[in-house]
Design a protein. Structure first.
Ligand SMILES: Cc1cc2nc3c(=O)[nH]c(=O)nc-3n(C[C@H](O)[C@H](O)[C@H](O)COP(=O)(O)OP(=O)(O)OC[C@H]3O[C@@H](n4cnc5c(N)ncnc54)[C@H](O)[C@@H]3O)c2cc1C
Ligand code: SF4
Ligand code: SF4
Ligand code: FES
Lengths: 605, 247
């Protein structure tokens, strides 16, 4: 029997991005013992990469903004299948959560009168994103990290959770291994918060890191929790496309917020040609009005480049498919053109978009103050995730909470840029608060040792199998990524997705027999083999949900069902593990929105 | 481009050696791509850290041909490939395995530094008014991605191993960001002088040269902190003079 060490916490938080850190800070403020686990080192989670900003109706730049406008923008962006309660709470509480960061040491860019500066972003009616150049996520995670380390939280860095433990219906802890030494840790707790981020690694072209294998989604699923909205994957319109090694790396929407325009190979600003009806009266009539909007003219409407991501991504795909793409299979994104309008354009771009400047200069030999970038869609964010209660963030499993990208509901069919960083703060705080409450109101749990031993055996099994390095765990991952990218990507068709499900079934068998070389010390081959289980689980959930939703809405575009259906406006898809262990899907009706919120949506048009 | 030879250090705390690998290098590749390719083709258990692949997370630090670098931002076509590429872990920290090392010391050092302590809010809604001009410097320091390359290159830590006496350039940048934060009211000068050992820095500027975020570590962070320490502790004459003649 392999040994393990046991750690006792009242609340265990899995994931140390913005959501997990915020949850841990909140839970530890109640005096409970809080453990925080993460796969990477502290401060390296995905949140660090976020660029553009955090959305909150502070109304520092445009005093017409308030939570009601933010709420209605979020619902419109999500095509009204969002969890309206979460969207309401998010819009109301985001300003307070952002201001709180300042009290913890964050240093946001300023307005002339010394307040937090806000910038334009897609789908937001007014300039709403508090930011620090184009490294907002770094500022946020560092602030939370530097504050968090003084709150008495026990941090377990480079530790990966592989199983949630249960005591009856209730969650009671987790089994994990440390990446450095490969030793097992068992966490015993009264409540667990999942904040494990997204699933982008299931696709070939992605802005996401190795961590994004959907572990939290999969852990929750295997523990019996519901997943919701899994068909909705956000393909960000602007990822790098050249050179091949940087394909998928994000180019922040902030570029367009600062005036960047999209052009095809004929030099045409194609976004003006396809403006959805429900955004017509919010979109600029021509380039001149669009530029005035960028400059802050309150009378002007936003340029079409700032339409929602799902729509912009599809327009780009259309241009490429119809032969008007750039040399390396993207389109052009040009910020350099603003020099026609501004004297100090070069310095302005460098000041506002320093890391974009750096990234293109160093990785693609392109000076964005002089020439356009080539960009194309990249898998970026998952709207779907663990189904939770709108007020408490508790999942359908008692004691199990979820927040951040691994939680779901707030974004509906499409997330607005900037709403993730704010959702991490607002819902992360709530998850921590209610997990602590749950832990203090409910008694001890016990741990099932058989489950622990079985999990350890399963984790170690790959060492006992034959391994061929060049046809092993990495190749299974690549095959899955290819299948998902080409068959469950931006443009979907029922039969192709059925084929993807078959691929997933095949790859599951392969993954169950894959071997690894080496020993348990810091062995990425082994880690990747264990991550496959999560990747395959979430991929299946995505494909299954996408097949079920026979319409196009938000991020889901189906070639075989190109229109939005009124019927589907009433439902969310839920996926859960059936009694026989197979994945089951159910349509659940969206609860009716209170009159007060309906009125807001009507009023905002 | 073509097949290129790589020498990658493989081993753990008990020792190790360079091993040779060869892989195909194509246009635009960075060192981290080559490491990943080798990992997937022939060395599944080759350990290295990374997250963002875009110079934003500070995970992939290593020494490439002897120079501390982010592997994800080091283009292969900037290196003399005909001579092969040498990759090894940072030297200043204990190795865990292959290209990963134990940087936990940096986290312990940071925890020791007195945290941010803001003055009372300026406004009733709990907010402050801050001028952009007053935070430009602090924002420069806050660009730090904690890659610890500056710690790796600093001779006080690298050659003299004075980890107990000296907190190193990264932690000094962190302290400077706090000390120069317009809202902060904490006093860290005594710590800087004693526990943090700022006096050990002899301004060689090696840290500034390796910083991938181009933070002017020495001139903008360390020297001003040194001046503050000197003003407080070493110059009673100046202090007396100022007191008498009120400059
Ligand atoms: C390049 C880029 C730019 C972005 N820009 C913006 C932006 O400008 N505005 C915005 O609002 N959003 C942006 N986003 C989206 C946003 O950054 C993410 O959605 C958000 O940071 C997710 O935060 P999180 O706390 O949920 O998870 P993360 O920050 O990803 O953290 C996940 C944590 O879970 C841990 N973890 C995962 N699995 C396990 C496991 N099995 N065991 C233990 N720990 C585990 C990880 O180690 C990590 O610590 C951007 C995303 C990317 C990729
Ligand atoms: S300037 Fe000081 S801190 Fe920087 S490398 Fe030299 S001695 Fe070290
Ligand atoms: S100061 Fe620069 S070199 Fe040092 S850790 Fe920060 S980013 Fe890295
Ligand atoms: S992988 Fe993030 S800095 Fe290199």
């Amino acid at each position: 029997m392999t040994e393990h060490e046991i750690f006792e916490h009242d609340v265990l938080v899995i994931g140390a991005g913005g959501a997990g850190l915020r949850a841990a800070i909140e839970a530890s403020a109640t005096g409970l013992r809080v453990g925080l686990v993460c796969k990477s080192m502290l401060g390296k989670a995905h949140t660090v990469m976020a660029e553009g900003g955090v959305a909150a109706a502070l109304a520092n730049v445009d005093d017409r903004d308030n939570w009601r406008v933010h709420f209605s923008d979020t619902m419109r962006g999500g095509q009204y299948i969002n969890n309206w309660r979460m969207a309401e709470i998010h819009a109301k509480e985001a300003p307070e959560r952002v201001r709180e960061l300042e009290a913890w040491g964050a240093v946001f860019d300023r307005t002339k009168d010394g307040k937090i500066l806000q910038r334009n972003f897609g789908g937001h009616k007014y300039p709403r994103l508090a930011h620090v150049g184009d490294r907002t996520g770094l500022e946020m995670i560092r602030t939370l990290q530097d504050h968090g380390i003084h709150q008495g939280i026990d941090v377990h860095m480079e530790v990966t959770v592989v199983l949630l433990l249960k005591d009856g219906n209730r969650v009671s802890g987790a089994v994990a291994y440390d990446r450095e030494r490969g030793r097992f840790r068992v966490f015993h707790s009264k409540a667990v918060v999942l904040a494990t981020g997204g699933i982008g690694r299931a696709f070939e072209i992605t802005s996401n890191s190795w961590e994004y294998t959907g572990d939290g989604h999969s852990l929750a699923y295997h523990a019996g929790a519901d997943l919701i909205d899994m068909e909705f994957i956000q393909f960000h319109p602007t990822g790098m496309v050249w050179p091949p090694s940087v394909r998928g790396i994000l180019v922040t929407e902030g570029v367009r917020g600062e005036g960047g325009i999209l052009q095809n190979s004929e030099g045409k600003r194609f976004m003006f040609e396809d403006i959805p009806d429900n955004y017509k009266d919010q979109t600029a009539a021509g380039p001149e009005e669009g530029w005035r909007y960028v400059l802050g003219d309150k009378e002007a409407n936003r340029p079409p480049e700032l339409l929602t991501r799902d729509h912009v991504a599809r327009c780009i795909v259309r241009e490429i498919k119809e032969g008007r793409g750039s040399p390396h299979g993207g389109v052009f994104l040009d910020i350099a053109w603003i020099k026609e309008k501004m004297k100090n354009a070069k310095d302005h771009i460098k000041k506002k978009l320093p890391s974009m400047y750096h990234q293109f200069k160093q990785l693609a030999d392109i000076d964005i103050t002089k020439e356009p970038m080539e960009v194309g869609p990249t898998t970026h964010y998952v709207m779907g995730g663990v189904r939770v209660d709108g007020d408490t963030q508790m999942s359908t499993v008692p004691g199990l909470f979820a927040c951040g990208e691994s939680g779901a509901g707030i974004n509906g069919a499409n997330r607005l840029g900037g709403n993730s960083l704010s959702d991490l703060l607002v819902l992360g705080k709530r998850a921590g608060e209610y997990a602590a409450k749950y832990a203090s109101e409910n008694g001890e749990t016990s741990i099932n040792n058989e489950e622990v031993e079985a999990a350890k055996l399963e984790a170690l099994a790959p060492f006992d199998r034959q391994c061929d390095c060049s046809d092993g765990t990495y190749q299974i991952q690549y095959a899955l990524q290819k299948s998902m990218q080409s068959q469950v990507g931006i443009v979907r068709k029922g039969d192709e997705m059925e084929k993807a499900l078959e691929d997933i079934a095949d790859l599951k068998q392969k993954a169950a027999t894959v071997g690894v070389i080496g020993n348990r010390e810091y062995n990425p081959g082994w880690h990747t083999a264990l991550d496959l289980k999560s990747l395959l689980t979430v991929s299946e959930a995505v494909a299954l949900s996408a097949i079920e939703r026979k319409e196009s809405r938000g991020a889901q575009f189906r070639e075989d069902y190109q229109d939005k259906s009124e019927e589907w406006a009433k439902y969310n898809n839920v996926v859960r593990r059936g009694p026989d262990g197979s994945m089951q899907i159910e349509r659940i009706p969206i609860p009716e929105m209170p009159q007060e919120l309906q009125d807001i949506i009507k009023e905002m048009g | 481009m073509a097949e290129t030879n790589f020498k990658i250090w493989r081993g753990d705390a008990d020792g190790g050696d360079f091993q040779e690998y060869s892989t195909e290098v194509t246009e635009g590749m960075v060192v981290l791509d080559a490491v990943h390719q080798i990992q997937a083709e022939s060395a599944n258990d080759l350990a290295c850290r990374w997250n963002c692949k875009a110079g934003k997370c500070g995970s992939c630090s290593a020494e490439v041909n002897g120079v501390p670098k982010l592997m994800c931002m080091t283009r292969l076509n900037d290196l003399p490939l005909d001579q092969g590429v040498n990759i090894q872990p940072m030297k200043t920290f204990p190795v865990i395995k292959d290209l990963t090392c134990d940087v936990s010391w940096n986290y312990r050092v940071k925890k020791r530094i007195k945290p941010f302590k803001p003055r009372k809010p300026d406004n009733e809604d709990g907010t402050w008014n801050i001028n952009q001009d007053d935070i430009d410097r602090v924002q420069e320091f806050r660009k730090c991605i904690e890659c610890f390359l500056c710690q790796d290159v600093c001779h006080v830590l690298r050659e003299h191993q004075l980890h107990e006496e000296f907190i190193g350039p990264r932690a000094l940048v962190y302290t400077a960001a706090l000390e120069m934060h317009p809202l902060d009211t904490e006093d860290r000068l005594e710590d800087l002088k004693k526990a943090d050992g700022i006096g050990y820095c002899n301004i060689t500027k090696c840290c500034t040269h390796v910083c991938p975020e181009e933070i002017t570590i020495t001139d903008n962070a360390i020297i001003p902190l040194k001046e503050r320490v000197v003003d407080r502790f070493y110059d009673p004459l100046v202090r007396l003079f100022n007191k008498l003649f009120g400059s």
